[in-house]
Design a protein around this ligand. Structure first.
Ligand code: SF4
Length: 103
């Protein structure tokens, strides 16, 4: 599962689509955590897609991640600032790759 204390335990490695990427990043095998308010651990994501389907405000978009060992696309929180903290994505993710911090 995603580390809920990733902001303490990781450093910002990059910016992507206006959100932070928390390292370590070593592409293509290691991609880090994308987003901060809505955080997706790309190294855990298996591209199940439930978050994209269920998010009421369309926070997520697929991004291509060729040659990543878990999946070749990831749910990227490109509109994390629109999140309404419903927690649906956290509940439906089968691999607990998502952390949403209300407030
Ligand atoms: Fe979307 Fe709700 Fe997840 Fe926020 S908590 S990203 S609104 S599904």
């Amino acid at each position: 599962a995603i580390d809920p204390k990733f902001e303490e335990n990781r450093d910002v490695a990059d910016e992507h689509e206006d959100h932070r990427v928390w390292g370590p990043v070593d592409e293509p095998e290691q991609l880090g955590i994308h987003g901060t308010h809505v955080a997706v651990d790309f190294d855990i994501c298996i591209a199940d897609g439930a978050c994209l389907e269920d998010c009421p405000v369309d926070v997520f978009e697929w991004v291509d991640t060729p040659d990543h060992p878990e999946s070749e696309i990831k749910a990227d929180p490109v509109k994390e600032e629109q999140c309404i903290d419903c927690m649906l994505c956290v509940d439906v993710c089968p691999v607990d790759a998502i952390d949403v911090d209300p407030g």
